[in-house]
Design a binder for this molecule. Structure first.
Ligand SMILES: [Zn+2]
Length: 224
């Protein structure tokens, strides 16, 4: 039996393109850990580790957690046994400086194969998709007026199928906020795309397709 290869898979893409959904699907299919910076930060803080405490101090002041702490927490996470055969990164690295440092990590250099997967979606599609989201403030169910429409509308307001509460548009899903998120993405994350292209690990998938079609293209790229 040949030993199992270790694979590093990095997901990129604008908000609303579905990279979180795909990262989780691929993680499940390949039995690899899904690593998002938000989750590992929260874990470090909840565990009360030294790095978690350091990160907390910045967050308490409303400041961004500096890269050196993010990297230290990530490296700690990558030491855990579930990362032996690789890991899936979602939303990290998120700028060019992080991407360069990331590619120099021992863990990444020792991996047998690395893939950067860009799930691409045009800005107007991103805005259309996210601005049609409606959320339940009571049970947190999420709907979309394009493809996951709530069944009932009362007095012009959509109602949660699950609990009957009136649905709302979350702050993150308002057009102005989406435009801001897109401009942050274009400034900080988009340059990473070129970086990974130069590293010859970039693969692009059309995010306007169905979740299933996107997933089958990704599995094909990964040759799994
Ligand atoms: Zn509800």
């Amino acid at each position: 039996m040949t030993p199992r290869k270790s694979s590093v898979i990095i997901f990129l893409g604008p908000p609303g393109a579905g990279k979180g959904t795909q990262a989780k699907m691929v993680a499940k299919k390949l039995d690899l850990p899904h690593i998002s910076t938000g989750d590992i930060l929260r874990n470090a803080i909840n565990n009360g580790s030294d790095l978690g405490k350091e990160a907390q101090q910045f967050m308490d002041k409303g400041e961004l957690v500096p890269d050196n702490i993010i990297f230290a927490i990530t490296e700690e996470r990558l030491q855990q046994p579930d990362c032996t055969h690789g890991a899936i990164f979602d939303g990290f690295p998120r700028n060019i400086a992080q991407a360069k440092e990331f590619m120099n990590l021992d863990y990444i250099n020792k991996a047998d194969e690395s893939f950067a997967i860009l799930i691409d979606l045009a800005n107007d599609k991103v805005i259309e998709r996210i601005s049609n989201r409606r959320s339940c403030p009571n049970c947190n169910s999420v709907y979309n007026l394009i493809n996951k429409k709530p069944k009932k509308k009362v007095d012009g307001h959509y109602i949660c199928d699950n609990c009957g509460s009136e649905l709302v548009i979350r702050e993150d899903d308002k057009v102005e906020t989406i435009k801001n998120r897109l401009s942050v993405y274009e400034k900080s994350t988009a340059p990473i795309i070129n970086f990974f292209k130069n590293e010859s690990i970039l693969n692009t998938v059309d995010g306007a397709q169905s979740v299933e079609k996107i997933n089958s293209e990704i599995m094909h790229i990964l040759d799994k």
